[in-house]
Ligand binder design. Structure first.
Ligand code: DX5
Ligand code: ZN
Length: 216
């Protein structure tokens, strides 16, 4: 699945920017929520998620880069998120948080920063619908892909296959025509792309190219 990140969209024309990628073959809309505390940037909250929800039938993938995400899970669920992903670095009670997301009727995802070990997921691998690996340090679009994410993806696929083979692997950061082939080959199946899509003048062409290079 290709998941354009609206972080790189033109926010003065957000509705058009979402319809534009949906019409061009996107399968998920990725929304980056940043609080200026967990990450050094501030973006958007439930109000914008609600606006995104109103203009598309695609799944809305809410990436919470916020401290203490438990406080806001219900608000984002009510705003129309379909998937809610939380950073393991921000969750004191990760197991409880993942259960809470599922209890709200949403798909639950755990996210790891580039420096965070896969072992942090050892006891929650069956509690997730997907795991997202950050392949840049979170906070900004347009950064370079961190190569060690490839081996991490391969190892994560092995671990999930053993206990939860249905779970997806989403990669976020530096996904582009230059990197997506290797990321797909490593075992990821959901690809977030911000600048590679919204920085391109022809959304249809770039999404088709990304899908072709990913092998689907
Ligand atoms: C970074 C965000 C990403 C970002 C990716 O903190 O989580 O979703 O939009 O941007 P690109 O695809 O430009 O690396
Ligand atoms: Zn993201």
């Amino acid at each position: 699945m290709i998941a354009p990140s609206i972080l790189s969209a033109d926010f003065s024309r957000l509705g058009d920017e979402i319809r534009g990628v949906a019409d061009a073959g996107a399968e998920v809309i990725h929304v980056d929520v940043m609080d200026g505390h967990f990450v050094p940037n501030i973006t958007i909250g439930p109000l914008v998620v609600k606006a995104v929800r109103a203009v598309t039938d695609l799944p809305v993938d809410v990436h919470l880069m916020i401290s203490d995400p438990d406080r806001y899970l219900k608000e984002f669920a009510d705003a129309g998120a379909d998937w809610i992903t939380v950073h393991v670095e921000a969750c004191t009670h990760l197991h409880r948080t993942l259960r809470c997301i599922r209890d709200l009727g949403k798909k639950a995802g755990a996210v790891l920063n580039p420096a965070t070990s896969l072992s942090t997921l050892d006891y929650v691998l069956e509690e997730v619908d997907l795991v997202m690996l950050m392949s840049v340090n979170p906070g900004f679009g347009g950064q370079s892909f961190i190569e060690s994410s490839l081996e991490k993806t391969r190892e994560l696929r092995r671990r999930l296959d053993a206990v939860n083979p249905e779970a997806g692997i989403e990669i976020d950061g530096g996904v582009s025509p230059q990197t997506i082939g290797r990321i797909a080959e490593a075992g990821a199946n959901i690809f977030v792309a911000g600048s590679a899509i919204y920085g391109h003048s022809d959304y249809r062409a770039v999404i088709a190219r990304l899908k072709e290079l990913a092998g689907f």
